[in-house]
Design a protein around this ligand. Structure first.
Ligand SMILES: Nc1ncnc2c1ncn2[C@@H]1O[C@H](COP(=O)(O)OP(=O)(O)OP(=O)(O)O)[C@@H](O)[C@H]1O
Ligand SMILES: [Mg+2]
Length: 318
């Protein structure tokens, strides 16, 4: 059975003593402090560990029968295979003991990026996405992600909402429900590609490191796919951060990762937004109290962007 904390994340002291000792041994110094940063919805340990010699590392850990351990091991493989210069922290090691697994990652020092309009973090992140997706993923990365099926390709939601429309569905969705379901149905055929895809880009999966600048963390969903996925995922986040939807729609239209594949971008955005609209209505999973409210907000932002992209196309009558 997965071990779940009663609220929030597992703590350093929840990790079995054997694994803690294994980590301290490998790091060559005892852990004197463990700080859980804000951000994310997961229940596993995700903490900045301060060592007695003053160094800091970042560790994620969960029991081996918790699905998050597979995700962490996938993340470790990805971190070890990204090309030099990719906006990601270095992998420091993987340690197993007492039927738990811990992944140790270089610590990044700084806050989450600020995506509100005056901040330069938005521009920097778009530039990183351009650089990351402008050429095919290296063979090492493609091999690292090849054994884990892409969850991105399986995104959907409008199909279920179409068959039983909820009464609280926004009119902008209700009026185009059939079209949205058709767009999302087209997505799996577009979902394959040879570019690096982070797969879960939000401000809380990035750190603005004092030395490295904006750096992407939480590569647990990384895969290969078309260049547009991360840019199209980021766009609704910018609306949530206060950008005018028309500005974001324009950015999405013109960014190198999306400009050359408008159909793919729209199909992906439809699938992602459908996923949010459907999942926001599910019962909250244990240990993740903020997830459903976030999905409601993201669903509304994604729908706004889709409305811009579909403007001029007549909503189907039914
Ligand atoms: N290498 C790092 N250095 C410093 N802080 C980090 C690092 N990696 C992640 N963080 C911080 O820890 C938080 C949780 O980490 P991460 O997102 O990897 O965990 P998770 O459990 O997979 O997340 P989620 O809840 O999103 O599934 C991040 O939101 C970020 O603030
Ligand atoms: Mg995260």
């Amino acid at each position: 059975m997965p071990v779940l904390p009663t609220s929030g994340r597992l703590r350093w002291t929840d990790v079995p003593a054997l694994l803690r000792a294994r980590l301290e041994d490998a790091l060559g110094s005892p852990v004197t402090d463990a700080l859980t940063p804000p951000g994310g919805f997961g229940h596993q340990l995700a903490a900045a560990l301060t060592l007695a010699d003053g160094r800091r590392v970042f560790a994620k850990a969960a029991p081996d029968d918790d699905p998050l351990t597979d995700a962490n091991v996938h993340e470790a493989a990805v971190l070890g295979s990204l090309p030099p210069g990719a906006p990601a922290p270095d992998l420091l090691g993987i340690h197993c003991a007492a039927d738990w697994t811990a992944v140790v990652i270089a610590h990044l020092d700084g806050p989450h990026p600020d995506f509100s309009p005056p901040s330069a973090d938005t521009e920097q992140t778009w530039a990183l996405l351009d650089k990351l997706t402008s050429s095919p993923a290296p063979a090492s990365y493609a091999a690292a992600v090849s054994t884990t099926p892409s969850t991105t390709a399986a995104l959907h939601g409008w199909d279920e909402l179409l068959s039983d429309p909820p009464t609280d569905l926004a009119p902008a969705a209700r009026d185009r429900l059939e079209q949205l379901a058709e767009l999302e149905a087209a997505w799996p055929a577009f979902a394959h590609g040879d570019r690096i895809v982070h797969g879960d880009l939000r401000a809380d999966n990035m750190v603005r490191d004092h030395h490295l600048g904006v750096t992407f963390v939480d590569w647990a969903h990384a895969t290969t796919g078309p260049a547009c996925i991360d840019a199209a995922s980021l766009a609704p986040q910018l609306i949530l951060a206060g950008h005018a939807p028309a500005d974001v729609a324009r950015l999405l239209r013109d960014h190198p990762a999306t400009a050359s594949s408008p159909e793919t971008t729209t199909a992906f955005l439809a699938a992602l937004t459908g996923h949010w609209h459907r999942n926001a209505r599910q019962p909250a999973p244990p240990g993740a109290p903020g997830l459903r409210p976030y999905q409601h907000r993201a669903a509304a932002a994604g729908l706004t962007l889709l409305s811009y992209r579909l403007k001029g196309q007549r909503a189907p009558r039914f």
